[in-house]
Ligand binder design. Structure first.
Ligand SMILES: Cc1ncc(COP(=O)(O)O)c(C=O)c1O
Length: 444
């Protein structure tokens, strides 16, 4: 870049920085301003990175994406991070990678069973079905909202090959029990960390325990790049497979714009191709193109620098709301961290007690009327959704162990409110005021 171009770029970026600094947040008016469950928290640094990557006009995954992958992996303490376009696609790629014929007899194949839960987000389960695998559903426990590990053995059959679970709304599942089960029976573990970035279990970040873990960077999540996701693994072979499926199914692993990373580009034999066929165009899988753009990664990189602060803010909000609501524990089941876990909660989960003299719908309506946004625990019980109608009717394609009583309970009585870093002391006060206004007059 010529020095006059560099100067122009600096002038643009300093204007962008000024623009970002001048952005005024509208003042919070209790009772009138909305308190969303989540949202983007950013400043001029994200804007500058975004514009910088736009001016560079590389567009596809480039230097920002590589830097993000390196820094994210270092942050978590995992060997490899591969970016993709969403948490759902990260889950798809995680399952796809484990079907690779390159894994030999360890590869997942149609008809194999994967143990999971129905209380959560659909795309933890979707890729299992999309690959002809059979999800086996077990119940969760309250008030951790995570897999009931006492059901794992009952769910196992001679077809069980993997466990795929999310850390529910940031609360780590019982990693020790799940890992012990997986190790004992030689099962793959896919850890959906989409809602739990920054949570720890026995002092170690979640997202580092599974053979593959997945992440979402959709705006309300712990950090964002608009649309975005990632996969983490310590296994270089799995990283190669993930990126092959992500990048058209190719055998070559050159980053965009680079040739001959393998140093054998024209000197190898593949399948029935002529000897020396260009490795860049050798396809070992039926893959996709699920790469990110460098603009997304540039935003993510600025967010990553804020992640520790975001985590602190989430924990602080959670603690304050928990303390404020503890006097209503006879009416609301309050959330509880899994033993040995320190969650960075995605939200504050509550279940209306069976003997409370109000329903979830009533308290949710009251909070929404007071401009406090609420959410369900996503699908509640995924099996009761229309997407499961054909499978339910055909009585095939999945198995259920036990009665999923708590999963149904969650579908009927559970909801959550935000703890995201955009919530400050004034907003917390307003949230607690609204809860009190509803609950004080409604003793059990
Ligand atoms: C547990 C879980 N997994 C996966 C996803 C999907 O992430 P994305 O929205 O980035 O596709 C979500 C979405 O919030 C989620 O909660």
């Amino acid at each position: 870049m010529s020095s006059s171009d560099a100067k122009k770029k600096q002038a643009i970026l300093s204007l962008v920085r000024e623009f970002g600094t001048l952005q005024k947040k509208s003042p919070f008016v209790p009772g009138q301003s909305a308190i969303p469950y989540g949202g983007r928290v950013y400043d001029e640094n994200e804007l500058c990175n975004l514009v910088d990557s736009a001016l560079e006009f590389w567009l596809t995954a480039g230097r920002y994406a590589r830097k993000f992958e390196t820094e994210m992996a270092a942050y978590l303490g995992v060997k490899h991070c591969s970016l993709t376009n969403s948490g759902s696609l990260a889950n798809l790629l995680a399952v796809a990678a484990l079907t690779s014929p390159k894994l030999g007899p360890d590869a997942l194949k149609a008809g194999d069973e994967v143990i999971t839960v129905a209380a959560g987000f659909p795309t933890t389960v979707t890729p299992i079905l999309q690959h002809g695998l059979v999800p086996v559903f077990i119940d969760v426990t309250l008030p951790t909202y995570n897999v009931d590990v006492t059901m794992l053995e009952a769910a196992r059959s001679n077809k069980t090959r993997a466990v795929m679970l999310a850390h529910t709304l940031g609360n780590p599942f019982d990693v020790a029990a799940v890992k012990k089960f997986c190790d004992k029976h030689d099962l793959w573990l896919i850890e959906d960390n989409c809602d739990a970035l920054g949570s720890t279990y026995k002092g170690k970040f979640t997202g580092t325990f599974g053979h593959i873990a997945t992440q979402s960077f959709y705006p309300p999540h712990h950090m964002t790049m608009g649309e975005g996701g990632a996969l983490f693994t310590n296994d270089p072979k799995l990283k190669r497979l993930i990126e092959s499926f992500r990048d058209w199914g190719r055998d070559c692993w050159c980053p965009p714009g680079v040739d001959n990373s393998c140093k054998k580009r024209h000197t190898q034999q593949f399948g029935e191709l002529p000897f020396g066929y260009d490795h860049k165009y050798v396809f070992s899988h039926f893959g996709y193109n699920l790469k990110v753009t460098d603009m997304q990664a540039a935003v993510g990189l600025a967010q990553l620098k804020k992640l520790s602060k975001f985590t602190e803010a989430r924990k602080k909000n959670f603690k304050a709301i928990h303390e404020g609501l503890s006097k209503y524990a006879d009416r609301l089941i309050l959330p509880q961290a899994t033993k040995d876990a320190d969650p960075s909660w995605f939200g504050f989960l509550m279940t209306v007690r069976e003997d409370a003299c109000f329903t979830r719908e009533q308290i949710v309506a009251h909070l929404e009327k007071n401009r406090i946004q609420t959410r369900m625990l996503f699908a509640g019980n995924l099996l009761r959704h229309p997407c499961f109608d054909p499978l339910r009717k055909a009585k095939t394609g999945y198995r259920v162990i036990g009665d999923l009583k708590n999963t149904d309970r969650i579908m009927n009585d559970t909801f959550w409110v935000g703890v995201y870093p955009g919530i400050d002391a004034a907003r917390r006060r307003e949230m607690l005021r609204a809860f009190s206004a509803f609950l004080d007059g409604r003793a059990r």
